[in-house]
Design a protein around this ligand. Structure first.
Ligand SMILES: CC(C)(COP(=O)(O)OP(=O)(O)OC[C@H]1O[C@@H](n2cnc3c(N)ncnc32)[C@H](O)[C@@H]1OP(=O)(O)O)[C@@H](O)C(=O)NCCC(=O)NCCS
Length: 140
């Protein structure tokens, strides 16, 4: 657990996550529009880290990390409640994961974003140096 701005708490306790709230957010997100609660919970359980930002008991942020906890980590489903944006919460959650003791010594961290590059650039993320090496398969 970590306190941010003397107001918010960052916590990676899975059982604390308010999945009703997270579903209400993610179902509006451009990368998983319409997603139901069950796959959100399954994805959180299958992730190396699923965490929240909290204002007292209210969840105001969410993020998860897909990882082997040895070489590679992928950030996914980063979301901050609209009323709490612009206060450094997304960056604080990403930093919390980057500094997490189980995620040290990685060769690479990755994420994809449509328009929030500047959130992550301040934490050392850059556009792919060698994009031809990267491939993806998107099932129909
Ligand atoms: C993107 C998002 C997570 C940022 O959360 P946040 O807590 O407001 O971000 P922070 O306060 O940590 O970062 C603020 C900085 O990022 C910039 N920023 C925030 N959201 C941005 C966006 N969508 N696009 C570009 N820059 C953005 C701010 O201008 C600010 O920059 P500054 O420090 O130079 O002034 C939040 O807007 C959100 O949940 N959006 C909807 C879901 C989404 O798009 N998630 C990201 C998927 S990769």
């Amino acid at each position: 657990m970590q306190q941010i701005n003397g107001l918010y708490i960052l916590d990676d306790t899975l059982s604390r996550i308010d999945f009703a709230t997270v579903q209400a957010w993610l179902t509006t997100a451009y990368w998983c529009k319409g997603i139901a609660r069950e796959p959100i919970e399954r994805a959180a359980r299958g992730s190396a880290l699923a965490m929240g930002a909290y204002l007292e008991e209210k969840q105001v942020g969410y993020l998860r990390v897909i990882s082997d906890k040895t070489t590679f980590g992928y950030f996914s489903d980063i979301f901050v409640d609209e009323a709490h944006r612009g206060r450094g919460l997304a960056r604080a959650m990403v930093r919390f994961a980057l500094e997490h003791p189980e995620f040290q010594g990685f060769r690479r961290w990755a994420l994809t974003t449509k328009d929030a590059q500047s959130v992550y650039a301040a934490l050392g993320f850059k556009a792919l140096k060698d994009p031809v090496r990267w491939m993806e398969r998107v099932p129909k």
